[in-house]
Design a protein around this ligand. Structure first.
Ligand code: FAD
Length: 393
């Protein structure tokens, strides 16, 4: 039997960030370094959950001020990890967003960026075509450009957090699936796959598997797992434009009912394209290939928006969203078991906040006050009045 101060279940970006924060203690040492176990059912960096892939978008252009401010605190946190890990994780690309003329979301983005003092530009279709020839826009499209938009090197970021965790004393248990949880006033016990670990407290950051695990503790959170389809589209031989991250911005496209996103080329050849929240409900334990119908929607989109890309994908993949009914996160303690802390439901937009959410979960798990306002992320909201899904990506 192994004894720890805290056990973290799930080694994706949120679990790895939390384990690292707990093992290091915080800057002013008001929270000491602790003995931490990180349990991961598969291999670190596996491709079956939500945190894999060469890149993730990090931008200020959010309709909600609270997320914009969370990005503002996430950038220095990532810079610190770059410094501690001696790696480069953030690539400046600029962020290009568009919507239909007069659309509420574009007005909301404009208002939030202006109120927060984040520099951005409104571009005419002609200006956009001149500066970003890779992207085709209709004459009446509303375009907003945020120069501070970036890409995070996702796989490298996750590897780095695992390494920094190990260097700070986190004990890693990989290829071990937690199957049983036992919580008493004195301790929590975690078992499964030959594991038998005990600790003072537990953090559940198991992504799309969190709902199943928490049922064991009498808590049924309204989380749904969705399998998103993505594809990489290589440039046409005669495209004449670079589609690499140092020549093309990230893109969010509010296209009628759909929200498409695209990341310029980083390590994998081609532009990565996806359609936000379009994936069907799924069982996270299955591993089917990307749905051809979803890929076909991406092909149709690329043909219209990126004529200099080859419409046949060079690679397709899937990735899981863990959605809440309002697409806001769950960052809270178990309503009846204060020794259990929960971080899940990141609804397709949690990666960029990894280190900041890890720090917040570390504060929650050690019963310390949290510098971050968590009021929008509490579990009790699910039993309150009907929730309004958030606007935007
Ligand atoms: C296609 C796509 C595009 C995205 N784009 C962006 C973006 O541009 N910007 C952004 O900020 N976010 C983006 N996101 C969202 C972001 O990637 C996720 O919010 C984030 O990765 C969630 O991390 P996680 O640690 O909660 O989940 P996961 O990475 O899934 O980690 C959960 C881990 O728990 C493990 N686990 C589960 N059950 C058990 C068990 N019983 N025992 C042990 N281990 C267990 C799993 O194996 C898994 O490794 C995107 C997500 C997808 C899918």
């Amino acid at each position: 039997m192994n004894r720890f101060d805290v056990i973290v279940i799930g080694g994706g970006i949120i679990g790895a960030s939390t384990a690292c924060a707990l093992a290091r203690g915080n800057a002013d040492l008001s929270r000491p370094a602790l003995r931490v176990a990180l349990v991961e059912a598969l291999a670190p960096g596996h491709k079956r959950g939500s945190s894999h892939g060469d890149g993730r978008i990090m931008r200020f252009t959010y309709p909600e001020r609270e997320y914009l401010e969370l990005v503002r605190s996430s950038i220095p946190a990532w810079r610190q990890i770059e410094h501690q890990g001696d790696v480069r994780l953030i690539e400046r690309t600029g962020n290009w967003e568009c919507g239909r003329p007069g659309s509420a979301i574009m007005a909301q983005l404009d208002a939030t960026l202006s109120a927060a003092g984040v520099p951005f530009e409104r571009l005419t279709a002609a200006e956009s075509r001149r500066r970003f020839p890779q992207i085709q826009v209709e004459e009446d499209t509303e375009v907003l450009y945020e120069p501070s938009g970036t890409i995070l090197r996702a796989d490298l970021a996750l590897r780095t957090l695992w390494r920094l965790g190990r260097e700070s004393g986190v004990e890693h248990f990989t290829h071990r699936r937690v199957e049983r949880l036992e919580v008493t006033d004195e301790s929590v016990r975690v078992q499964g796959d030959g594991l038998n670990l005990v600790a003072g407290s537990l953090v559940v950051t198991a992504g799309s598997w969190s709902r199943g695990l928490l049922m064991d503790l009498g808590l049924d959170l309204p989380l749904t797992a969705h399998r998103e389809a993505l594809a990489y589209f290589p440039p046409r031989a005669d495209s004449g434009h670079s589609h690499r991250f140092d020549h093309m911005p990230v893109l969010i496209d509010y296209d009628d009912q759909d929200i498409f996103f695209a990341l310029p080329q980083i390590d994998i050849p081609g532009v990565k394209v996806g359609r936000h929240r379009s994936g069907p409900l799924t069982d996270p334990d299955l591993d089917p290939p990307a749905d051809p119908l979803l890929i076909q929607r991406l092909v149709e989109y690329v043909t219209r928006r990126f004529p200099s890309l080859h419409p046949r994908p060079s690679q397709t993949l899937t990735c899981l969203y863990t959605n809440t009914p309002d697409f806001h996160f769950v960052l809270d303690r178990h309503p009846e078991l204060p020794q259990v802390t929960i971080g899940t439901g990141f609804s397709g937009h949690g990666f960029k906040f990894g280190p900041v959410l890890g720090e917040a979960l570390a504060q929650l798990a050690t019963h310390r006050s949290c510098p971050m306002d968590l009021s929008a992320f509490g579990i009790r909201r699910f039993s309150g009045p009907a929730l309004r899904p958030r606007l935007g990506a």
